[in-house]
Design a protein around this ligand. Sequence first.
Ligand SMILES: [Zn+2]
Length: 147
Amino acid sequence: MSPPCTGGATRGRAAVQAVGLAAILAAAATAHVGADAARWFGVRGPRCLAGACLDPIGCPACGLVRSVASAVQGDLAAACRFHPGGALCAAALFAGFVAAASRAGRRRPLPWSQPLATVARRAFVAAIVLGWLVRIALHATPLIHAP
Ligand SMILES: [Zn+2]
């Protein structure tokens, strides 16, 4: 059975998703990653309110921007130090981009595009949670950078 035709609105939404994910990946590729923050043209990236109010170990996402940027730039060791789930998040962002881009340009979606999008969303969330748990378990070791 072939997948159903998608309407223009669905293709339009997929195009917006693809452009957004491409922008995130481009920002990750162009970031200057430092020990304290990621920067673009000298401007510091976002600060985490939860990490500022709580101990950063208590925030599941602290370090994720630096980690994803490091992973996209090919520095997997740094990515793991900033957030153990960042490399998987970067892979999930790329998979989500591929899935959205494949839906955006076709009347009939490719049969793998929707399952890939679902796996990418679930992997992204799982990477944040599992990476946070790994960071909690290993935060006192040099394997993990203090967020
Ligand atoms: Zn945080």
